[in-house]
Design a protein around this ligand. Structure first.
Ligand code: PBG
Ligand code: ZN
Length: 324
């Protein structure tokens, strides 16, 4: 074994060509999944104040956006819907003519080379903003799962390519798998939000999706931020139930979880760089406190280096342009 002075680690950092040759991780537009928010109406593009460069879009605008996304080499979008009406049981979530169902049909009809992933949860559709049906202030697990199955099947019927349950109810993956299979969708993969933490980093998203809970929080179903071993149990359960891909969320502050999930299970692993992670970099960049494009790429590189195969990120378009 050689030691200094025979060994000099700086030798491989001496010039850009050698640095390039030994670089271990590379980002590509193919790594990204772009989240989009869809609302009813025509020709609408509402800026989301806390997420600069992101918009609530009506379907016509969304379709054009998706064409641009595909042309940048980004393989997939994930859709979040803001329905025109919310109720106690989130009927907009599984309405065959709901906002997501219409959006999926429009994109699949008009955009080639783009996978459409749909987020399956109830919180955008319930009047109280919770991720399921309530008994008083308690979210009912099994009753909620039944509705999630209806939601997932209706997304598949509309043409969704991948179903992504984000609710964190127990048993929803196996139930959705059975529901999809029973309706002829055995080829539609499930990307489960397997280790999803009760995080303060979701703040801007809740403005975007208009899904802030009217009371309480999401700690009865999303994970305690202090727990890592429990994340392994959550991921294992989802894999046993039939998840084809698993997700860790948030991403940047949870690189340890991404690393462990990838090492232990080896499944295609996604990480969600959430709204707060995005907005903090944007805000610091806008103030001139950090070099925004550089920190954007660094944040994405770190997530990939930790083991993520796919990154859901609001930076997808910016990063893809920079990589071209
Ligand atoms: C719905 C859902 C949320 C996010 C993705 N799916 C919000 C939440 O759990 O409150 C957050 C994404 C982000 O912050 O970018 N359950
Ligand atoms: Zn939810």
């Amino acid at each position: 074994m050689s030691i200094y002075p025979a060994k000099r680690l700086r030798r491989l950092r001496n010039n850009p060509i050698i640095r390039d040759m030994v670089r271990e991780t590379a980002l590509s537009p193919k790594d990204f999944i772009y989240p989009l928010f869809v609302i009813p109406g025509k020709n609408i593009k509402n800026p989301i104040k806390s997420m600069p460069g992101n918009y609530q879009m009506s379907i016509d605008v969304l379709v054009e956006e998706c064409k641009e996304v595909a042309s940048l080499g980004i393989p997939a979008v994930i859709l979040f819907g803001i329905p025109d009406h919310k109720d106690e049981v989130g009927s907009g979530a599984y309405d065959p003519d709901g906002i997501i169902q219409q959006a999926v049909r429009a994109i699949k009809k008009e955009v080639k080379n783009l996978a459409v992933i749909t987020d399956v949860c109830m919180c955008e559709y319930t009047s109280h903003g919770h991720c399921g049906v309530l008994d008083g202030e308690h979210i009912l697990n099994d009753e909620t799962v039944e509705l999630l199955v209806k939601e997932a099947v209706s997304h598949a019927r509309a043409g969704a390519d991948i179903i992504a349950p984000s609710d964190m109810m127990d048993g929803r993956v196996i139930a959705i798998r059975k529901g999809l299979d029973a309706n002829g969708f055995h080829n539609i993969p499930i990307m489960s939000y397997a280790a999803k933490y009760a995080s303060g980093y979701y703040g801007p998203f809740r403005d975007a999706a208009e899904s802030t809970p009217a009371f309480g929080d999401r700690r009865s179903h999303q994970m305690d931020i202090a727990n890592a071993n429990e994340a392994m149990r959550e991921v294992e359960a989802d894999i046993e139930e039939g998840a084809d891909m698993v997700m860790v969320k948030p991403a940047g502050p949870y690189l340890d979880i991404i690393y462990r999930v990838k090492q232990k299970f080896g499944l295609p692993t996604a990480a969600y760089q959430v709204s707060g992670e995005f907005s903090m970099i944007k805000a610091a960049g806008a103030n001139g406190w950090i070099d925004e494009p550089r920190v954007m790429m660094e944040s994405l590189m770190a997530i990939k280096r930790a083991g993520a195969d796919m990154i859901l990120t609001y930076f997808a378009k910016d990063a893809a342009k920079l990589l071209k």
